[in-house]
Design a protein. Structure first.
Length: 256
């Protein structure tokens, strides 16, 4: 569903000039069986490298690009995949296989968005999988920019992770999102607010399925998938990018 949301948000943020033909060409591939769980890999529970499965996706995209005579810009709607142990190796595999595919880093794009559009924000709440949390990917990106990362207390992280992964009611397993999962994320948002978070990054790409609102508890929610969608459009056809997204976010945060 994270991939579906990325595809949807590319369309929503594109100005096609009033025609279907004005929309961008999108290759949306879902090779779920080939890409093992990123958190389990980072935690040492499995040995199969997720980047190797993603290489199969890249090779397929390269064939499509060759057939259509177009260059490719790629985005991966998974926060945990962007842990350096996975993402950096994936980039190396692309080089080893001579695949000329530019890959945007969703987390870096999110960091740049916050830095440029929300310069007065200092304390950022973060909800994420245990793999993303332990890899400290967002911490490494945002703390050098002067931001403080606030996460839920350690003793609640298993509950947050379970709200993503639980096979009976978690957001990866049930569509539409179960009320139990949504209630949990509403509670996590309140906890982050109480800890001083000024905005909250939804640091697992399925979390926006549970929290589709723009804000919760008067705290603005930052969706990396939306930021990735806009970054992809900006990269390939800047003139088609719908305007004012960043300004609108900044205005809402400043109370204008």
């Amino acid at each position: 569903m994270a991939g579906v949301e990325l595809h949807k948000k590319i369309i929503e943020n594109t100005n096609p000039g009033g025609t279907d033909q004005g929309h961008l060409d999108i290759c949306h591939l879902s090779f779920s069986q080939h890409i093992p769980d990123r958190t389990k890999f980072l935690l040492g529970e499995i040995n199969q490298h997720p980047a190797e499965g993603m290489l199969a996706v890249a090779k397929t995209i390269a064939k499509i690009a060759s057939a259509t005579g177009k260059q490719v810009v790629m985005g991966i709607p998974c926060n945990t995949f962007h842990a350096p142990k996975i993402f950096d190796y994936f980039l190396e595999l692309l080089k080893q296989n001579n695949l000329e595919i530019e890959v945007l880093n969703m987390l870096k794009e999110t960091g740049e968005f916050i830095k440029l559009s929300l310069p007065n924000i200092k304390k950022i709440g973060l909800m994420s999988t245990t793999g993303t949390r332990q890899a400290k990917v967002y911490n490494q990106l945002l703390e050098p920019l002067g931001f403080e990362i606030i996460e839920i207390p350690d003793q609640l992280q298993n509950e947050l992770h379970d709200s993503i992964y639980n096979t009976d009611w978690g957001i990866k397993a049930v569509s539409p999102v179960s009320q139990k999962a949504r209630n949990n994320f509403l509670n996590f948002a309140k906890i982050l607010k109480d800890q001083g978070a000024e905005i909250i990054i939804l640091g697992c790409t399925e979390i926006p399925l549970a929290l589709p609102e723009k804000e919760i508890e008067h705290i603005k929610l930052i969706d990396p998938v939306t930021i990735l969608a806009r970054a992809l459009i900006n990269k390939v056809a800047k003139e088609k990018l719908r305007p004012n997204y960043e300004k609108n976010i900044a205005a809402r945060l400043s109370g204008c």
